[in-house]
Design a protein around this ligand. Sequence first.
Ligand code: ADE
Length: 355
Amino acid sequence: MILSDNNKNNNIKNENLKPQETDFDKTFDNKFENSIRPKTFNDYIGQSALKETLKISIEASKKRGVSLDHLLFYGPPGLGKTTLAGVIANELGTGIRITSAPALERPRDIIGILMSMKAGEVLFIDEIHRLNKIAEEILYPAMEDFSLDITTGKSQTVKTLRVAVPKFTLIGATTKAGALSGPLRDRFGIIHRLEFYNIDELKAVIKRTAKILEVDIEERGAYAIAKRSRGTPRIANRLVKRVSDFAIVKYNGKITEDIANEALDNLCIDSWGLDNTDRAMMKLIIEKYDGGPVGVETLAAALGEDVKTIEDVYEPYLLQSGLIQRTPRGRKVSPEGYRCLGIDVPAYNGQKSLF
Ligand code: ADE
C-alpha cells in the first residue's frame, strides 16, 4: 500500500499505482495533481448541479447517522471524478481508499480492502467497468447488505459463510457507463455524468491553480489557456504548469495572453485545444478515407493507438465539439472539423453522402 505524501492530511490512501504510472512523468503529474486538488465543495469548481445533489445527500446521511448511498460517476477522463470523491470523503469527515478495478484481480484483493474499511469510509474504485465477474459478485452483497459471502471447502464440503463488513460508501468511476453490468449499475443510489467544463469554469480552475503555484496570471492569459483546455480541468492544470514554466524561463514569470499563446503554440496545441494526435486522427479520416465513415479499429491500427484510448480519451471532446461524428458505419469528420484543420469542405460528390 502506498500512502502518498500529499494525501496524508486528507486521509487518502492510494491502494495501488498501476505499473505504467510509476514512470517519472506520471508520478510527477500525479503529485502535481494531488497538490492542487480541492478538498471542499467551496473549492471545487463546476459540476454545480451534481454538487447541490451531493451536499443534500451528505447532510442527510450525517443527520440520519447512516452511510452515504453508493455513487457512480461517469464521463470522459480528467473531469474530476477522483477529485470529487476526495471532496466527498472530506465533507463527510471520513477517510477514502483509492483503488482501480484492474488492481482487484484476485478475490482476496477486494475482500482484503472491504474487511479493513472503517465504518463510514469511502471506497473509490476507478475504471469500475473493468471489474471482473468474481470481484463484482463479491461486491453485490457488500454494497447491498454490508456483508460478504465467503466460500470454503470443495465440491461436497463447500460451505458459505456470511460475514459483516463495515458500512462503507462505494464511489465508482468510469469512462464507459454502458460497459457496466446491469446488476452492478442498479446497486448505485446516485448515478451522475460529469460534464465538460465551460470557458468560465476553466478560467476559474486556471486562476486557482496559478494562485497555488504563486504565479501571476492576467485575465486574458487565463482565457487563452482555458480556450485550449478541451473542456477538461486536468488539461487546464497541466497547461498552467507548462505555461508558467515557459513564462518563468523566457520572461518575467507573469502569464499574459501573448505569453500563454506563445507557450501553447510551442506545445503544438492549437486554438481548438487539439493536440497532434487529435489532428492526426482527423487528417487520416479526411486524407485516407474521404472524410469517413471509417471504423474505430481501422483508425486505431493506422494511428498506432489502442481502440480504448481513442474511444475514451480522444473521441469524447472531438464529438462534443462537433468536429467528428459517430455513425453506425464509423467516424466521420464534420464540416466544422474540416474548417478547424484549414481544409476545404468537399462538395457533395453525388456518390456518397458526406453529412
Ligand atoms: N482541479 C481539478 N478539478 C478541479 C475543480 N473542479 N475545481 C478546482 N480545481 C480543480
